[in-house]
Design a protein around this ligand. Structure first.
Ligand code: G6P
Length: 611
């Protein structure tokens, strides 16, 4: 949700900021802007993508060593040139970029309007920079002090970076509920929403905490909290490699990430699953394992695709560990008055580790005394730090806005957790434990085998690209997979798609079925296979066009449906990791066929840091 980058150092900011914005574009992409200092502050901004901004400033003589850039996902005000960031203060001497929402902006705006301030944009951000300027004028204080005093009056979320015409050697960044990472290079500093634009220059970073303000002044870093208490910076080493955030020869990040899954699943089991000794080690949460073993209930908190991973886990955690599990949308949970039992454990699942609703749900649960464990992909992210302990999925950076490899990594980690817990709770026999871990170890190869059939999905995409609706049906473990398949299709190709439990179809969606309705069944062999066959018959009888995802060698379903995609056989609880692959590919290829922007679907953002 908005990508921000600030730079001060010896480089020319033109390539540094623009390249940084390209790397951050997956966070938001409806407009982009840049500001730099030479004799004054110069601002260029434009609705559209970063390449539109690059074209706008192509002829500019840009030779500055301090600047800020922003790529936007609109909250306040439509995406146009005026609402794009950076925003200037009334005097034109301060410029700001902002990710987040200032909730009390209208009160602040009224105050400023009454003092004669005039606003050009509809944004909360322009209010904030004018408020800071006004605080400085009224208090006759330093810029740092004005930022601090102003932020003490601000309600809401912000990751901000500010430059000032009067302080050409100063860059200021501050955060509350929106991520901010500080990169420390040799005689240079970066401040960005995440580490992707920093990585090629330095691997030394500081993740800012809420209410911290970083002031880089004359080559020195000063870190204080909002009450002006100095903070000792904790410098961490980034472990990500540059190749991980590049396309590596693939046409899109999403395709690269789909094809990375055999590796990412292997990586998330590495050092955790020990087949010869039949053990599972989850170091990050070891200290909480006893608590988990005795938990009366587990509640999973997540959003989007992470929520769907939670849904699959609900099935296998209950099945294998015999613990009641509830899966909650974090956005709903945070505004309920949840009943949290003593000893209950919360699991927060998030790829980015920055989703605002998930963070708020964690805070609510913790305030009521719950232990919250995190399952995150991004190391050092806000959720990873807010939770008491956690497990990283180690899937590597996921740049494509539609989540793919993070989902299969989440399922893998959740399965490791379920197996480890079941073993300790003695709710699984050793032969079943052995059977599932052996199968789990073979999943990367099965995913690889599946990927070799990508061209079949491409053919299907060509056949169905003009459909206006799709239905995805599954039962048991494959029901959440049906939901994920439908989600992938709608977010990438803008085709309306609905996921449903196959047996529930007869209570409504069956009315939609005619010869123009493509229906994707995930009908792999499991304990309710026979039941889903009946559901296939019901759709066939109404002339729906059926695409079935089936277990390799299934001749029976072949007779009933229009198209079949075979997936390698595996344990039913592991099947979602395999059966989701053709659905990811189908959505990908349909979107490509339709000419949609696969990596940056309209209106979406990778990391949703606002509610
Ligand atoms: C956004 C992304 C989804 C993601 C969801 C939850 O909507 O586009 O791909 O599943 O946020 O994000 P998280 O980072 O918490 O998993």
């Amino acid at each position: 949700m908005c990508g921000i980058i600030g730079y001060i150092g010896h480089r020319n900011i033109h390539p540094t900021i623009l390249k940084g914005l390209e790397r951050l574009e997956y966070r938001g992409y409806d407009s982009a802007g840049i500001a730099w200092l030479d004799s004054g502050i110069r601002v260029y901004k434009k609705a559209g993508k970063v390449h539109d901004l690059a074209a706008l400033i192509a002829q500019e003589k840009l030779n500055s060593h301090i600047g800020i850039g922003h790529t936007r996902w609109a909250t306040h005000g439509v995406p146009n040139d005026t609402n794009a960031h950076p925003h200037l203060s009334a005097s034109g001497k301060l410029a700001i970029i902002h990710n987040g929402i200032i909730e009390n902006y209208s009160i602040l705006k009224q105050e400023l309007l009454s003092k004669g301030y005039i606003f050009k944009s509809d944004t909360d951000t322009e209010v904030l920079i004018n408020f800071i300027e006004d605080v400085q004028l009224c208090n006759n204080c330093s810029l740092e002090e004005a930022v601090r005093l102003a932020l003490n009056k601000v309600v809401g979320a912000y990751g901000i970076v500010i430059i000032s015409q009067d302080h050409p050697n100063t860059l200021i960044g501050a955060r509350k509920s929106s991520p901010l990472v500080l990169g420390i290079g040799k005689d240079e500093f970066f401040i960005a929403s995440d580490a992707t634009p920093i990585l090629e220059y330095t691997d030394r970073v500081i993740y800012l905490n809420d209410y911290e303000i970083a002031v880089i002044k004359d080559g020195m870093l000063f870190l204080n909290d909002i009450k002006n208490v100095p903070i000792t910076p904790y410098i961490q080493k980034l472990e990500i490699q540059l190749e991980a955030i590049e396309k590596g020869g693939f046409e899109h990040f999403m395709l690269k990430e789909i094809f990375e899954q055999p590796t990412s699943i292997t990586d998330c089991m590495r050092g955790r699953l020990d087949i010869p000794h039949k053990t599972i080690k989850l170091g990050g949460i070891e200290a909480h394992m006893d608590q988990l073993v005795h938990a009366p209930k587990i509640t999973i908190l997540a959003c989007g695709t992470s929520w769907l991973a939670g849904m699959v886990a609900e099935y296998f955690l209950e099945e294998l560990c015999r613990i009641p599990v509830e899966v909650q949308y974090a956005s709903e949970f945070r505004y309920r008055n949840p009943i949290i039992q003593p000893g209950e454990i919360m699991l927060a699942i998030s790829q980015s580790g920055e989703t605002a609703d998930t963070l708020a749900a964690i805070e609510l649960a913790q305030a009521q005394g719950a232990t919250v464990l995190g399952i995150c992909n991004v190391v050092g992210s806000s959720i990873a730090r807010a939770t008491q302990a956690g497990i990283y999925t180690h899937a590597g950076p996921e740049i494509g806005v539609a989540s793919t490899k993070a989902f299969t990594a989440q399922l893998t980690v959740l399965m490791l957790l379920a197996l480890s817990l079941a073993q300790r709770r003695k709710t699984i026999t050793s032969s079943k434990f052995e059977e599932i871990i052996t199968e789990l170890a073979s999943i990367p190869d099965k995913v690889k085998a599946m990927l070799q059939h990508a061209s079949k999905l491409k053919e299907l995409a060509n056949l169905f690209k003009s459909a206006t609706n799709f239905l995805y049906l599954g039962r048991g473990y494959n029901y959440p997979v049906a939901l994920e398949g439908a989600l992938k299709l709608k977010e990438l190709s803008y085709i309306h798609a609905e996921g449903y439990p196959a047996a529930e179809m007869k209570h409504g969606p069956i009315a939609l079925i005619d010869e123009d309705m493509p229906v994707v069944f995930i009908a792999t062999k499991d304990r309710i296979y026979e039941k889903i066959i009946s559901n296939i018959q019901e759709v066939k009888a109404r002339k729906g066009k059926i695409i079935a995802i089936v277990t390799q060698g299934d001749e029976h379903v072949k007779q009933l449906v229009d198209h079949i995609i075979e997936v390698p056989a595996t344990h039913e609880a592991l099947m979602p990791i395999v059966s989701v692959i053709p659905l990811q590919l189908l959505a990908y290829y349909i979107a490509v066929e339709k000419g949609c922007n696969v990596d940056q679907p309209r209106n979406l953002a990778k990391s949703v840091t606002v509610e």
